[in-house]
Design a binder for this molecule. Structure first.
Ligand SMILES: Nc1ncnc2c1ncn2[C@@H]1O[C@H](COP(=O)(O)OP(=O)(O)OP(=O)(O)O)[C@@H](O)[C@H]1O
Length: 290
């Protein structure tokens, strides 16, 4: 996983009242991250700082990219927009100084992506909250976007519209985008979220849901020349190596499951003889290490 943004020791106060204290967390590329916490815990404040709209009193955000393109969708969408989606997005693009042809083509792509081609020329006054929410996300994505920030995107949406938005978020992630959003409870987006940042007592606790436990294999083989294995294995992977009466060596290694096939191939190329291959879990691995 590549790091997109690293928040280090972020502190924020409003008029002498501390909101966040010495908060650190990491945002990985191509993930969906949910910021959760009670009303007034500082979710919007944190999102605005990530978006660069307000500055922390202390600490810094370090990005792995030189210029990180951020799209921000605020919590409160304008209640009445008299334009059609196409007109509104054209205005927003022009305000940002986008070239006409690029803007029109981007709007076209976004209308298709969000399944709103049919209503592109309909006045938005009659749009549902979910449809307006989509338009707000589209305007944040008019420029190429690496990181999309959504403040309470699900608030006030019925279940069907929430599911619809979940699908949209999944599609955006598949296209390579990283999305950070705030919501009141983790349950709402549990199918799509990779990482939860929980704000509690001015601190942030990070839980990575997408990290799958690493599985290992124990492999026992015999090899004629012990120097061969030095290039193939990390020192920590070699559990035991014992000389045999025939001049060969018996070697026991613990290797990550996804690297096992490749190692087997390399060992066979060196004329090693495979004696045993058994899966072990992380816990067993540590017990055997102790
Ligand atoms: N511009 C501001 N000036 C002073 N206080 C502010 C300002 N913005 C936010 N606050 C205060 O900071 C605290 C955190 O606000 P914030 O909006 O970040 O919380 P939140 O978790 O997003 O809340 P909610 O779930 O209700 O949207 C609140 O007590 C709020 O009143």
């Amino acid at each position: 996983m590549n790091i997109l943004l690293d928040a280090r020791n972020i502190t924020k106060q409003y008029r002498g009242t501390s909101i966040l204290e010495n908060v650190s967390f990491t945002i990985y590329d191509n993930q969906i991250i949910a910021i959760v916490g009670k009303n007034g815990s500082g979710k919007s404040t944190l999102l605005k700082m990530i978006a660069g709209l307000i500055t922390p009193d202390n600490g810094s955000f370090m990005s792995s990219k030189q210029a990180l393109n951020i799209g921000y969708v605020p919590e409160v969408a304008p209640s009445t927009i008299l334009f059609t989606p196409k007109e509104y997005l054209q205005h927003m693009g022009r305000i940002r100084g986008m070239a006409k042809q690029k803007l029109l083509s981007r709007i076209n792509d976004l209308l298709i992506l969000f399944h709103l081609e049919d209503v592109q020329d309909t006045r938005m006054t009659h749009f549902s909250k979910g449809m307006k929410q989509k338009i707000m996300i589209m305007q944040a994505m008019l420029n190429e976007t690496d990181l999309l920030i959504l403040d309470e995107p699900l608030s006030g949406l019925d279940l069907q519209t929430q599911n619809d938005l979940e699908e949209t978020l999944k599609t955006l992630k598949q296209q390579g985008m990283t999305i950070i959003l705030s919501c009141h409870e983790t349950k709402l987006l549990e199918h799509v979220v990779d990482t939860i940042l929980m704000i509690h007592h001015k601190e942030v606790m990070q839980t990575d849901l997408s990290v799958t436990p690493t599985t290992y294999n124990q492999l026992i083989f015999e090899i004629s020349n012990i120097t061969y294995i030095k290039d193939l294995l990390h020192v920590t992977e070699i559990q035991q190596q014992s000389p045999l009466a025939n001049g060969f060596y018996e070697v026991i290694v613990h290797i990550q499951a996804q690297r096992t096939d490749h190692l087997l191939q390399q060992l066979l190329d060196k004329n090693a003889s495979i004696k045993q291959l058994i899966p072990i879990n992380d816990k067993e691995k540590f017990i055997q290490h102790d």
